[in-house]
Design a protein around this ligand. Structure first.
Ligand SMILES: [Cu+2]
Length: 105
């Protein structure tokens, strides 16, 4: 039996693949309460791999409300960026964790 969270991730990956043949996967790491890189330039349709190396849960929460990803301790969660724009995001549990995604169309 697959864990329940596998299905949405698999669906998101397939969706991302169909958006663009050139979609890339970008890794953003959360370690010692810091997003790295703090500023990343990506493209709409790209997949972000959110890698949490901490023993605490983190979120990647867009200030404009577009997305909100929760990453459990020591886990990796993927999400696909659908909208272009400059997005400030932060962690809801640790508001000092801040970073920027520059999403090109
Ligand atoms: Cu956090």
């Amino acid at each position: 039996m697959m864990p329940r969270w596998i299905l949405p991730i698999a669906a998101a990956l397939m969706l991302g693949a169909s958006v663009s043949a050139h979609a890339a996967t970008i890794q953003i790491t959360m370690e010692n309460l810091v997003f790295s890189p703090a500023e990343a330039s990506v493209k709409a349709g790209d997949t972000i791999e959110w890698i949490n190396k901490d023993i605490l849960a983190h979120t990647a929460t867009a200030r404009n409300g577009d997305w909100d990803v929760t990453i459990p301790p020591k886990k990796t969660v993927t999400s696909v960026l659908k909208k272009a724009g400059m997005v400030d995001y932060y962690c809801r549990f640790h508001p000092n964790m801040k970073a920027v995604l520059n999403v090109a169309p």
